[in-house]
Design a binder for this molecule. Sequence first.
Ligand SMILES: Nc1ncnc2c1ncn2[C@@H]1O[C@H](COP(=O)(O)OP(=O)(O)O)[C@@H](O)[C@H]1O
Ligand SMILES: [Mg+2]
Length: 574
Amino acid sequence: MKKSAAQTDSLDALRRKAEEKLRTQVERLQKLSSRDIRGLVQELGTHQIELEMQNEELRRAQEELEESRSRYAELYDFAPVGYFILNKDGLIREMNLTCALLLGIERGSLLNKPFVGFLAGPDDKNLYFKHREEASQSPGKHTCEIRLKRKDGSLFYAQLQSIAQEDKDGKAGSICTAILDITDRKHAEELLQKSYAELELRVKERSGELITANEQLSQEIEDHKGAEESLRSSYAEIKQLKDRFYAENIYLKQVIDREYNFGEVIGRSNVLQYVFFRVEQVAPQDTTVLLLGETGTGKGVVARAIYNRSSPARRAGPFVTVNCSALPANLIESELFGREKGAFTGSSERQMGRFELADNGTLFLDEIGEMPLELQTKLLRVVQDGEFERLGSPKTIKVNVRIIASTNRDLEMAIQNGTFREDLFYRLNVFPITIPPLRQRKEDIPLLVDYFVAKFNKKIGKMIETVPKETLDMLHAYHWPGNVRELESIIERAVITSQGTWLQVLDRLETCRTTGEQTAQDAKGLSELERDRILQVLQQTNWRIEGKNGAAAILGLNPSTLRGRMRKEGIRRS
Ligand SMILES: Nc1ncnc2c1ncn2[C@@H]1O[C@H](COP(=O)(O)OP(=O)(O)O)[C@@H](O)[C@H]1O
Ligand SMILES: [Mg+2]
């Protein structure tokens, strides 16, 4: 507006200058000749055309200016941002339409009003004054965010951007401010803040839950670790048991395929193999055999093995046993040779002797060392000639009997002591076979154990399958004074008392037979005790039977049982 006024002023001056020039030209014209005048008129015409052209140009420029001015005013008024200018006293000097609309007031009524009237509260006022001061004191753009109050009292958030300006007179002091409604952004921010706070709370809560869960999980992991540990150790135990079970069953298998065994005579030790070899050599002949060995070494089973391997003719005959140690001395004779009716008091029946019974067969004279001396003479005769007489009969009976004798005694010693006939000894000692004690062939123990376990399983109706290694070790460590017979009874007891499928040996082998507790077992233990041992113990105790250091206690027997046994055995203090 001001600019276009200046332009109008310069056009007037231009015109005035042209009129002035025209006047001086006219004055000069009056003094000029007609020729000069013609020239001048022509020049004037040219000038006029130039002038008109300049006029035209001027008018066009004015129109353009007018147009850009109204475009500027439009842009200013309808800009999306509100603008206002304050003078140095803080009064509104100018404002665009957007600003008036933002403040909800008519533009005209705002002129020269203070802007502070639109500030919402004391906080906003403080912020605003600070902002204005900064903007007026330092160059550049300054920004602040405050709350403004519209004319109708409603509030909105605004962002102010202010810059200092020179006023109309070129003096510093006025401030041009752009104003932007940021209510939506503020609300969004508030919402964001609220959700953030909520989120933080949730995170806190969740973290708490997670920590608890984590603790529980750690505890569970610990528990699992413990369980795993115990599982691992149980597994190791099971594996160990399995290994042992496997090792132990090998023995059972070996027993099943009896390739090393000799009929019912179990064992594969070298010493026993030699016995088998001797048996095989002599069995088919009718030769008399003398079996030597401690009690319980298996003289009886070997005698039967000889019989089983004897010639077909001999095998067709019977196998008759006489246990010389089990019979009272006065009965042995009639047992061996038989008796006629009324041979002695109480003999109402005629009785066949064992020699007669064994005719064409085999007679096994077990524990021949126990035979009374007077009978040995009679025996010698039968062994030599196969002839004898029944008790109470003069008639000579002739038999064909193969004799197998056995003893646990040192017969040569007995000969020296005068308790055994030398000539009988030589008659019997044609083919001696010594059966070694079990302690000299401990490698046979596992085979024997499994053999007896199987035997008593069947007999008692048990299902023992496994012999623990400790048990075998214990059996192996023992010195076996009672040999295989003792082992057999221990296994029988163990099969009876074992629960389940494992063999449990309850006997404490090192103190075996010294407790004397089980009277019920005495009768059984009795038959197992060797005569020599009883004698040996009696000599040791100086024939004292009862008492703490008596023979009965040492042998683990009741004194009365021991006395009965001594009577039966004819054991007397000589
Ligand atoms: N090698 C063996 N194999 C199987 N059983 C045996 C063996 N040796 C001994 N026995 C058993 O041990 C017990 C005692 O044997 P036995 O022949 O009577 O011994 P001995 O006559 O030497 O005193 C018997 O029941 C017998 O079956
Ligand atoms: Mg015997």
